[in-house]
Design a protein. Structure first.
Length: 188
């Protein structure tokens, strides 16, 4: 029987699955080789370093999260359902959520920098139209909910046996109502 040809995609997928199960710190050349049932040589041929291998796994994580969010949003309530999708992700895929949230972000020296780097600029216009507010208010509401949802998701992903989802979603809704009220009044 001929040997299986190991591809870069197989290496990245194996690294992703290892990270998904146990966190990025579990991704090593040896663990990937073991998962693929091969020597370390094919892993080294596709990834020049551990940083490169982990970066590829992180990029695959980003792809997974985009697909997950798209599958879990409700078009009629896009803003709220996107935040809920991220919290559901934190519950179902805590290691991927941690990889997504806890990676180093370079070039950030303010919350505005963070917002501009992490969001699509069209989102504030969409929120403004959906919630009948101006773009400045919508950006502030979105930033507040982004920060709050990251915090809730982090708590959700690191607690055992776990906080009930209903409690987390209710807390997120309470925050939305408070932030919406502040944004609607034009306060900052």
């Amino acid at each position: 029987m001929p040997k299986q040809r190991i591809t870069k995609e197989m290496v990245v997928e194996a690294a992703f699955e290892i990270a998904r199960a146990g966190g990025m710190e579990q991704v090593t050349v040896g663990s990937v080789a073991q998962r693929l049932g091969c020597s370390v040589q094919p892993i080294y041929s596709y990834c020049e370093s551990m940083d490169g291998l982990r970066q590829a796994a992180a990029e695959r994580t980003g792809q997974f999260i985009r697909e997950y969010a798209a599958a879990h949003i409700r078009p009629q309530d896009l803003f709220r359902s996107m935040g809920q999708a991220y919290l559901q992700l934190a519950k179902e895929e805590p290691e991927l959520f941690k990889i997504f949230i806890l990676h180093r972000r370079r070039g950030i020296s303010s919350l505005k920098d963070l917002y501009l780097q992490e969001t699509d600029p069209r989102v504030a216009d969409f929120i403004a139209a959906q919630l009948n507010m101006d773009a400045v208010q919508a950006r502030q509401l979105h930033l507040n909910m982004l920060i709050y949802t990251i915090g809730l998701g982090t708590v959700f992903s690191v607690t055992e046996p776990g906080i009930p989802a209903e409690e987390i979603f209710a807390q997120q809704e309470t925050a939305f109502e408070a932030f919406f009220s502040i944004a609607s009044d034009g306060k900052k």
